[in-house]
Design a protein around this ligand. Structure first.
Ligand SMILES: Nc1ncnc2c1ncn2[C@@H]1O[C@H](COP(=O)(O)OP(=O)(O)OP(=O)(O)O)[C@@H](O)[C@H]1O
Ligand SMILES: [Mg+2]
Length: 224
């Protein structure tokens, strides 16, 4: 379960405070998938970063899996993220020092699994996403869409309780958008993962359990 109550988020741009989120509320039940749409700069990535405990709200409360985020110390947030959250970043953030299969295996290795087991599972996920033939390449040699699929494999491999997906299909063509979206929704339903997906793609958002429009720093139910 995710619960956000009266979240404000303000940034300083130069000396000017800019309010991005304004008394935002969101409730997501277990196993629900939720889409967030909204114009560029409306605060979608900001919201995902807050739920992902990568940033703190200026005020308001965030509760995830019965844990109140403002009660966690920074080290505890790191552990919480490692154990519960999978993140597909808008700019995928693959590590250039590692090849593709190592990038995908990394969350398992960090959690203490053996190299052999982690690489083997990484290969299975790369296969499912149609990029197994790039396993030994460095990320920079892949197309934007291929890199995105690798980032999706990396986010899902440790079977997180919550998947935060920031424009996961932003750099994919129609065909691959369908493949990737179906993969995310199938896996998240099968494994009871809460998925929060920010996107500009209206067709995708309509297929999710709930969808919201980010406007004026708040979420408005898009289907109403
Ligand atoms: N670290 C920061 N410092 C200052 N301003 C920031 C920071 N991060 C985000 N912002 C501002 O907050 C606003 C919301 O940004 P955000 O990245 O959340 O938008 P978005 O909805 O994800 O946009 P896009 O669709 O382009 O990805 C923007 O005006 C942005 O400039
Ligand atoms: Mg964004």
């Amino acid at each position: 379960m995710i619960n956000l109550r009266d979240i404000d988020k303000q940034y300083l741009q130069g000396k000017t405070p800019v309010k991005v989120l304004n008394k935002l509320c969101l409730h997501v039940k277990d196993n629900e998938n939720v889409g967030i749409i909204g114009p560029s700069g409306s605060g979608k990535s900001t919201l995902l970063n807050l739920i992902g405990l990568l940033e703190n709200p200026s005020s308001g409360n965030i509760t995830i899996c019965n844990v109140e985020s403002n009660k966690l110390k920074d080290e505890e947030k790191v552990v919480f993220r490692k154990e519960n959250l999978g993140f597909i970043f808008q700019n995928n953030q693959l590590l250039e020092d590692f090849n593709i299969q190592e990038n995908v295996a990394l969350p398992l290795l960090i959690n203490g699994n053996s190299f052999r087991k982690s690489i083997s599972k990484a290969k299975d996920y790369l296969d499912l996403l149609g990029v197994a033939n790039r396993s030994k390449f460095k990320p920079g040699l892949l197309s934007g869409g291929e890199q995105q699929r690798v980032a999706i494999a990396r986010a899902l491999i440790k079977n997180p309780k919550i998947l935060l997906a920031d424009e996961p299909t932003g750099s994919l063509d129609n065909e691959n958008t369908k493949i990737v979206f179906n993969f995310i929704s199938k896996l998240s339903k099968e494994n009871k993962i809460i998925t929060i997906l920010a996107t500009h793609n209206l067709n995708l958002v309509k297929l999710l359990d709930k969808c919201f429009l980010m406007e004026g720093g708040k979420l408005i139910d898009f289907r109403k």
